[in-house]
Design a protein around this ligand. Structure first.
Ligand code: P6P
Length: 335
């Protein structure tokens, strides 16, 4: 089928056969995420009316309880995947522990687990800055027919079967991979369909944008300080441009299109950095590598890190492969 104006549904059907585990379940899972994203998008776009609708925790003009949007997003994604009877378990930034999904799956026959950050960067909503949802999908490793266990979630990123994000920005996009490249779909809110707008997304090998919260500069490891100074030097194509939105999905998305590097390093204030390995770093690393980019903690490939706990944090450097490689050089020189 011509790629022009191809909808997400048509794309999934056309590419389902190329997925080695093809049984339609992963397609149904992506479809459930697609639906939840539309519902969350509608609510996020209303956020600007908070004075009319009431802030989180209040009741709105209709007397309805106004939920915090990240709580709302969490509930919508869990509800949609539960109703579609596709996954056996879900781990979420909004939930202390993983959730066993039963619904119609009393016999625990479903094969997939999902890890999700339902609304990353939600503090930006009040100032009308783009936010995102990040998801990661694995096949369970415990026997089908038994309840899901922690080991189903504590898998290395290299075991992911799918990962993606939704960016609620000037337009709403679903960007995902099933291990065969990265494709971006833009929502047409008028009809509620996503269209293939960014086929085969690729990080340029080099870029001129670096994204880091320089307010933490004095707390960074020496290697990161040295790399930031390198980015600021007058030489060759430098100085680079500093762009930091404070929303991982937005910084990542811009850098993937234009070329760039995103860094959330460890610091004297945060010994492992801030970002979570399982539902932020691993899915973004999978996307980055599928888009010819790179992701590490400065020393180790993100997707090779052995998880030890559900909400563990890791230092995160991700983007154009030559920029990440240069940052790693500075990190490794400084130890
Ligand atoms: P800081 C949002 O809270 C987030 O997890 C990422 O989306 C974002 O890049 C980062 O934290 C911003 O953190 O400490 O720079 O405000």
């Amino acid at each position: 089928m011509s790629q022009r104006n191809q909808t997400l549904g048509e794309f999934i059907i056309e590419n389902q056969a190329s997925f080695k585990y093809t049984s339609g379940e992963l397609s149904r899972l992506i479809n459930s995420i697609r639906l939840a994203a539309k519902v969350v998008n509608h609510e996020v776009n209303k956020a600007g009316l908070v004075d009319i609708l009431g802030a989180a925790g209040d009741t709105n003009v209709q007397g309805e309880d106004q939920q915090k949007l990240d709580v709302y997003a969490n509930e919508k994604f869990i509800q949609t995947m539960t109703n579609r009877n596709i996954v056996c378990g879900i781990a979420s930034e909004e939930e202390d522990d993983f959730i066993t999904i039963n619904s119609q799956d009393e016999n625990h026959q479903n094969k997939y687990v999902v890890l999700i950050d339902p609304l990353d960067g939600s503090s930006n909503i009040d100032v009308n800055v783009s936010v995102g949802t990040i998801f990661s999908v694995y096949r369970r490793v415990t026997p089908v027919g038994t309840p899901v266990g922690l080991e189903d979630f504590l898998q290395k990123g290299i075991n992911q079967v799918a990962a993606g994000y939704i960016i609620y920005g000037t337009s709403t996009m679903l960007v995902y991979t099933t291990g065969d490249g990265v494709n971006g779909f833009t929502l047409n809110p008028a009809i509620g369909s996503y269209y293939l707008s960014h086929p085969n997304m690729q990080f340029p090998e080099d870029g001129r944008i670096y994204s880091v919260n320089e307010g933490n500069y004095i707390h960074f490891p020496q290697g990161i300080k040295d790399y930031i100074k390198y980015c600021q030097m007058e030489e060759g194509d430098r100085p680079y441009t500093s762009r930091y939105i404070g929303s991982l999905v937005s910084d990542f998305h811009r850098n993937m299109i234009k070329g760039g590097i995103y860094m959330y390093p460890k610091s004297s204030k945060a010994s492992n950095g801030k970002l979570r390995l399982l539902y932020e770093c691993n899915p973004m690393a999978f996307l980055a590598e599928q888009a010819n980019g790179k992701a590490s903690d400065g020393f180790t490939r993100i997707m090779e890190i052995e998880p030890t706990e559900l909400h563990q944090r890791v230092p995160f450097i991700c983007g154009s492969k030559n920029m990440v490689g240069k940052a790693e050089e500075f990190m490794q020189k400084s130890i």
